[in-house]
Design a protein around this ligand. Structure first.
Ligand code: NDP
Ligand code: HSE
Length: 435
């Protein structure tokens, strides 16, 4: 058993700082769990002066990120810098040097995961990434270990805290998207450039990783359909409420007979589902397994110590492995036979839908819309026509549909928008019943 495990940490920002603090504060706890002392030997970052103020004098601080991989005394490299480079070069160099790696970098793994996991498998080292998905929620461990008996049917999650905060604020305070985003920025939730958060890219990185793990496929970010919340109208949040639904930005991956669905978009979720009541910056992931049914995991998806909780848990797993305590849990299982036909194009996915259509209030309009629905094999579940305001000749029809094929819905929307009696674009949101 190795009594002292030496860690090289790239990045000492939000997650790095939290990880350093948890490792230090819970040192005895971690010793009791592993039989080893986990010590940070070196920290690499850009601002050395700031780092020096944060870490003990015994810790080396460097701006040379690659030095962590080259140092023979370092057992495990923790990559909490973010971005693609130099993170990718560091991770690959650490693997090549026979070091285990822990990373919180979902963007890196979603895009370069196959290369990284393959290199790690060839070298017999672990690349652990619990912190990359849903922060402190141990969802990777859950899929890999707790639910290992199951054939996973689907995984659906609120996995971007910033966008969930924005949606909650729009609904609770009746604010516009721009106003809610500005609040998120003031409170420090959203990034200075929040594009990845609000356009669904961050959630897509995360659901891509969960999908690969759940369905034993390579990581295929380019198969993900991505739609964010920036175009969402407060009016639709209000209508959804009237119908008994909440709008959430969901990461969705489902195993279907024809292939795998992988998508991120705002969706209506029945208010009675627990996940519809996950508010603010909190995250939640629902997993359906054939044996266990649906299970829900809820917690903080970001922040210094919640994310550090996941980073340090990965470190503990690796130390236990190094100490020969148990077999290497598979970090990823890559099906070499997987080709692009494994993933369904968005046009072949199946959802139910919410649509809001602006129409001229005159006879025959509803019949035209209903005919287009029927022609495209779309069945209506509920339909409401809003009262026409005095002096106005136009109104809105809001429709909820039963399950339909996305391609048919898009075709129907085009035909509806071409009607003379319809004005503007049809608002289309997907609906997930999660049962
Ligand atoms: P921060 O921006 O707070 O910290 C980044 C750190 O990395 C800083 O110490 C920075 O150094 C260092 N760094 C960045 N680029 C370089 C470089 N080229 N060379 C040397 N050092 C560099 O990021 P976070 O802690 O928020 O995020 C880190 C990772 O964790 C990202 O992959 C992120 O997606 C992921 N993550 C973050 C969560 C969160 O709540 N923040 C939650 C889950 C995952 P310096 O400060 O000196 O410039
Ligand atoms: N920007 C991310 C979020 C951080 O808002 O969820 C955690 O990955």
């Amino acid at each position: 058993m190795k009594k002292i495990i030496q860690i090289g940490m790239a990045g000492l920002g939000t997650v790095g700082g939290g990880t350093y603090a948890v490792l230090k504060r819970n040192s005895d706890e971690l010793y009791a769990r592993t039989g080893s002392r986990l010590e940070v030997k070196t920290v690499a970052c850009r601002n050395v002066e700031r780092a020096r103020e944060l870490v003990d004098a015994s810790v080396e601080v460097t701006t040379d990120v690659m030095a962590l991989a080259a140092d023979p005394q370092i057992d495990i490299v923790v990559e909490v810098m973010g971005g693609i480079e130099p993170a990718k070069s560091l991770v690959l160099a650490a693997i090549a040097a026979g070091k285990h790696v822990v990373t919180a970098n979902k963007a890196l793994l979603a895009i370069h995961g196959n290369e990284i996991f393959t290199a790690a498998a060839q070298k017999g080292v672990v690349v652990a990434y619990e912190a990359a998905v849903a922060g402190g929620i141990p969802i990777i461990k859950t899929l890999r270990e707790g639910l290992a008996a199951n054939r996973i049917e689907w995984v659906v999650g609120i996995i971007n805290g910033t966008s969930n905060f924005i949606l909650t604020t729009m609904r609770e305070k009746g604010l516009s998207f721009e106003q809610a985003l500005s609040q998120a920025q003031q409170l420090g939730y959203a990034e200075a450039d929040p594009t990845f958060d609000i356009e669904g890219v961050d959630a897509a990185h995360k659901i891509t990783l969960l999908s690969a793990l759940a369905f034993h496929t390579p990581v295929n970010f380019k198969a993900a359909y991505i739609e964010g919340i920036s175009k969402l109208d407060a009016e639709d949040i209000g209508y959804a409420e009237e119908f008994g639904y909440r709008i959430k930005l969901l990461g969705i991956t489902k195993r279907k007979q024809k292939g795998i669905e992988l998508r991120v978009h705002p969706a209506l979720v029945p208010k009675r589902r627990l996940v519809a009541n996950v508010e603010g910056v909190m995250n939640a992931v629902v997993v359906k397994g054939d044996a266990v049914g649906t299970t829900l995991y809820h917690g903080r998806g970001a922040g210094a110590e919640p994310t550090a909780s996941a980073v340090v848990a990965d470190l503990v797993d690796i130390v236990r492995l190094m100490n020969g305590e148990r077999a290497d849990p598979a970090v990823s299982t890559i099906a070499p036979e997987a080709d692009d036909s494994f993933w369904l194009p968005m046009s072949e996915t199946v959802s139910s839908y919410y649509m809001r259509i602006g129409v001229v209030d005159k006879p025959g309009v509803l019949a035209d819309v209903a005919r287009i629905f029927a022609d495209n094999d779309i069945s209506i579940e509920t339909m409401v026509q809003k009262e026409t305001a005095p002096g106005e000749d136009s109104t809105e029809i809001v429709i909820l549909t039963h399950s339909a094929v996305e391609g048919n819905v898009q075709q129907a929307v085009k035909a509806i928008e071409a009607l003379q009696t319809v004005h503007g674009s049809v608002v289309v949101l997907r609906k997930e019943e999660l049962c």
